[in-house]
Design a protein around this ligand. Structure first.
Ligand code: FES
Length: 287
């Protein structure tokens, strides 16, 4: 009986297309000889995309053979990471984020809307093969909660009504703009928050206009900004910078008195009872 640490999987039924084969070669080449297994996630992703957004046993073992890995090692990776699907899914794979910010903003209602509309349970694919709905943990778009990911794209600021509209649009083959579904830009303030920010900005602008300076002083200041810098300005500027950085006070020279002060102060700090985090060790030693 032949015993091997890398039993060869049965990869029949799956093979990379010529394009993906070339892409896989580029990915594997990023890693040193003997470290090809580091490419496993990237190759699984490539295989999943080619295989209709799920990984069959054949596809998993094809990747294992390609990377000279034991198939069980690749199965372990696939079953650990939730972005890999181990059974066929619909054309539109809807992942509803259910973590706290999205949940507080109504993710349960989004899930309910999807399932009622499609007549499925979580993880099932609709009869027309178009939709599969699952729940996932935080997808990192909490500021625009609640949100879902459909295939590679995020749809945010959703309401149950808009979620239903998204499904209708996808069924009808329409293109839906990704991102916020309320029209706000990125995660910019929205609704009452936006009005509050606008009021603060307006107030700041008004205060800035009424700075109490005499018009003449304003004009002089403007003129001084417009005038080209002179040598005297440059000297003044350097002197000012020195004052700020303490160059003239010798604070940055290695053998200056200032450094001596610092060196003398340091042991006192260490010996301070309040900060003597390492004191017990010294005590242990002595003991
Ligand atoms: S909690 Fe939903 S994106 Fe973070």
């Amino acid at each position: 009986m032949k015993v091997t640490s890398h039993p060869v999987g049965k990869a029949g039924g799956f093979a990379f297309t010529a394009e993906n084969e070339a892409r896989a070669g580029q990915i594997i080449a990023r890693y040193p000889e003997g470290r090809q297994a580091s490419a496993v996630i990237a190759l699984l992703d490539l295989a999943q995309r080619q295989n209709g957004n799920w990984l069959s046993t054949e596809a998993i073992e094809y990747v294992a053979n390609k990377l000279d890995m034991a198939p069980i090692r690749v199965h372990e990776v696939v079953s650990f990471y939730t972005m890999f699907n181990q059974k066929p899914v619909g054309k539109h794979f809807i992942q509803v984020c259910r973590t706290t910010p999205c949940w507080l903003r109504g993710s349960d209602d989004l899930t309910g809307t999807c399932l009622r509309k499609l007549g499925t349970k979580l993880g099932e694919t609709s009869d027309d093969g178009l939709f599969t709905v699952v729940e996932v943990e935080c997808l990192g778009a909490c500021a625009n909660a609640p949100m879902v990911q459909i295939n590679d794209l995020y749809y945010e600021d959703l309401s149950p009504e808009r979620m239903a509209g998204v499904i209708d649009d996808l069924k009808a083959g329409k293109e839906i703009p990704m991102g916020s579904q309320t029209g706000r830009q990125g995660s910019s303030p929205n609704g009452a928050a936006a009005a509050g920010v606008a009021a603060i900005v307006e107030e700041a602008l008004v205060v800035g206009e009424d700075d109490g300076a005499e018009p003449a002083a304003d004009e002089a200041a403007a003129a001084s900004h417009d005038a080209p810098p002179t040598d005297a300005d440059a000297e003044e500027s350097v002197a000012g910078a020195d004052e700020l950085t303490g160059v003239d006070q010798g604070m940055v020279t290695a053998d200056s008195p200032a450094d001596e002060d610092v060196a003398v102060d340091a042991p006192e700090v260490a010996a301070d009872e309040d900060t003597a985090a390492t004191a017990p060790r010294a005590t242990d030693k002595e003991a």
